[in-house]
Design a protein. Structure first.
Length: 197
């Protein structure tokens, strides 16, 4: 059951990411970096997810002064494959062209990312390295998730600008709202998962 919830969370998270990429209104700074690298360097968005995950696992290991969380690679691998799968399916099903449909795609993406992240984090199996980094900074700085997430997003925003990733109004909205949405869904999914178990 725990594994099913974990995979469901990852699938929802990556569907949300794909919706924001397809909306063409801007993605999270991290995803903008992945798309920018994919366009200007090569490889798929999902492949870059895995490559950067390996780098982040090393960084997290140094920050926590412990062995690398190899299980995080499993999460990154599933996430990378899922992003590529959803992007392929969405591109073949429907690409939003009108502004209102782009806004719908983006709004859906923002909500589904928060829900998916909260679901899979509650299973405590293996966070995506960027989410583990959020939790480490949250722990080290004794601040809330919102502030920890904002610090990380600022770093990735600078990198995304360097690699000319899809930064737009959506990026600003994600930076401002994703921490709040994740905070809401963390408490919401905790209640739901406790009731179901």
């Amino acid at each position: 059951m725990k594994l099913f919830i974990y995979v469901l969370g990852i699938l929802l998270l990556t569907l949300g990411i794909s919706f924001t990429i397809q909306s063409d209104l801007g993605t999270s700074p991290f995803d903008a970096l992945l798309v920018g690298l994919s366009i200007h360097v090569g490889f798929t968005v999902g492949t870059w997810e895995i490559i950067i995950a390996v780098i982040l696992i090393g960084c997290n290991s140094l920050l926590k002064r412990q062995k690398p969380e190899v299980l995080g690679l499993l999460t990154a691998f599933i996430t990378g494959i899922s992003i590529d799968m959803w992007l392929f399916l969405l591109e073949n099903l429907h690409t939003p062209e009108l502004f209102y449909s782009k806004v719908v795609y983006f709004g859906l993406g923002l909500i589904v990312i928060g829900l998916g992240t909260a679901i899979y984090l509650h299973t405590n199996i293996a966070p995506i390295p960027v989410d583990r980094l959020t939790l480490i900074i949250h722990e080290l700085t004794r601040t809330n998730i919102f502030l920890s997430r904002s610090i990380i997003y600022l770093i990735f925003l600078i990198l995304a600008m360097i690699f000319k990733g899809p930064i737009g109004i959506g990026t600003l909205l994600i930076v401002c709202l994703s921490g709040l949405i994740l905070n809401y869904f963390m408490s919401f999914t905790k209640k739901v998962l406790e009731q179901t178990s």
